[in-house]
Design a binder for this molecule. Structure first.
Ligand SMILES: C[S@@+](CC[C@H](N)C(=O)[O-])C[C@H]1O[C@@H](n2cnc3c(N)ncnc32)[C@H](O)[C@@H]1O
Length: 399
């Protein structure tokens, strides 16, 4: 495919997405139809589509509309590239620009330039001040790096880098976490590499790794990953602890791949459909469902889908998770609440509400990671419970 044909394909896909199709579904369907497209074409079209989804609002302003064609036009203008070189009207290329299209478009302003809906630009500012809010929003307009976690049950970071290099995959250490590597060359080969198949590395964002590294883990601790999902943090916890970790999720199908992933990683994971039966735990991690605002680079459609009403729904789920998980913590144990969100209503506000509902929890540490080249945006709050049960048996009721 010519570069112009790729732009035309991306414009058509963006129209399908605008009409309601999910980006992944649209790309998969196109991939089946476009038998003429090689792997380089497919990767290039995917990159165009995802870039336009991340920067939809600013491209729309510059391109003079929301259609796929306008977004591609806006993209070229944003990059200072001559649209006429692409909109040629040649076979498979976009039709030549009309007079109206040439005249349309303007520089984006305010929330448009940050590629955020207006209400979210305000929410970002309220969550962490104007300057940091702008930096975070701008970081979300770029493609996310590919990060790996060196699995300490199999190797160390240098050993993982060496094994990958032997397969032509270049990496560099990422400062965010001692186990993190960024793939600088050969990212598309990682999932088929021997290093991956043998459990030397896992695909995991560096900030996600840093969250696990920041958890208080005493040797021999009984640990529950309460919202385990695909098990990314469960496996990182098991590698750090070097002993079995318990995993739970409200949706058991989310845990379906975890046994195979654990076997590959040499980790022991015990799946608990009813964690109450195995409580108490010294540490319960709640990696709660959230807006995902810290990782919108990877899922840019979510940025445009989120609404204030959905944020309220998420807050109710997050509160329920904290309340149930807290009851599973041993007296004097730790409760850790994490989200990959940048938004105060999902983070500090949830902790404040939790502590107001159930006093006796002390905040030990709060950490925030902002999105950027070194990782996604994350929030972590570690709380320590009172020694209630012990004191109660000793006849002392003041926690
Ligand atoms: C952010 S994801 C977890 C990602 C995972 N920890 C990882 O690192 O790969 C949140 C998970 O919480 C689960 N979840 C949602 N509501 C829940 C609830 N009430 N109790 C427990 N898990 C819940 C979801 O099914 C989802 O898998």
């Amino acid at each position: 495919m010519t570069p112009a044909a790729r732009v035309q394909a991306a414009a058509e896909l963006l129209d399908a997405i605008r009409a309601g199709q999910r980006a992944e579904a649209a790309l998969t369907a196109w991939g089946r139809r476009a038998r003429y497209a090689g792997s380089g074409d497919r990767a290039a079209v995917r990159d165009l589509v995802y870039d336009a989804l991340r920067r939809r609002r600013s491209y729309a302003a510059r391109g003079g509309g929301e259609s796929g064609r306008a977004l591609m036009l806006g993209r070229l203008r944003a990059r200072g590239e001559a649209p006429e070189a692409v909109f040629t009207g040649a076979r498979h290329a976009p039709a030549a620009l009309t007079e109206a299209e040439r005249a349309a478009g303007r520089a984006p302003a305010g929330a448009e330039a940050l590629d955020l809906p207006d209400w979210l630009a305000a929410a970002f500012r309220e969550s962490f001040g104007p300057e940091e809010a702008e930096a975070a929003a701008l970081a979300l307009r770029d493609r996310a790096p590919v990060h790996l976690r060196a699995n300490l049950l199999r190797t160390d970071r240098a050993g993982a880098a060496e094994a990958l290099a032997a397969e032509g995959i270049a990496t560099r250490p990422v400062a965010t976490a001692a186990t993190a590597l960024e793939v600088t060359e050969g990212a598309r080969r990682v999932a088929r590499s021997r290093a991956f198949a043998e459990g030397l590395v896992e695909l995991q964002d560096a900030a996600s790794q840093a969250v696990v590294a920041a958890l208080p883990l005493a040797p021999g601790a009984r640990v529950l990953d309460f919202c385990a999902g695909g098990g990314g943090k469960t496996l990182a916890l098991a590698a750090r602890l070097g002993r079995p970790v318990a995993a739970h999720d409200a949706l058991p199908r989310r845990l379906a791949d975890l046994p195979a992933r654990a076997a590959r990683a040499g980790a022991e994971v015990e799946i608990l459909p009813e964690p109450e039966a195995a409580a108490p735990f010294d540490l319960v991690l709640c990696d709660a469902p959230c807006s995902g605002s810290g990782s919108w680079r990877r899922d840019p459609e979510a940025k445009w889908r989120l609404s204030p009403a959905r944020l309220d729904e998420l807050a109710a789920t997050q509160d329920a998770i904290l309340d149930r998980a807290a009851a599973l913590v041993a007296p004097g144990g730790h409760l850790a609440y994490a989200t990959c969100s940048l938004l105060g209503p999902e983070n500090d506000a949830r902790i404040a509400a939790f502590r107001a509902r159930g006093p006796g929890w002390r905040v030990v540490e709060t950490r925030r990671w902002r999105p950027g080249p070194e990782g996604d945006g994350f929030y972590l709050c570690v709380l320590k419970g009172a020694l209630r049960a012990i004191k109660a048996t000793q006849g002392c009721f003041s926690a």
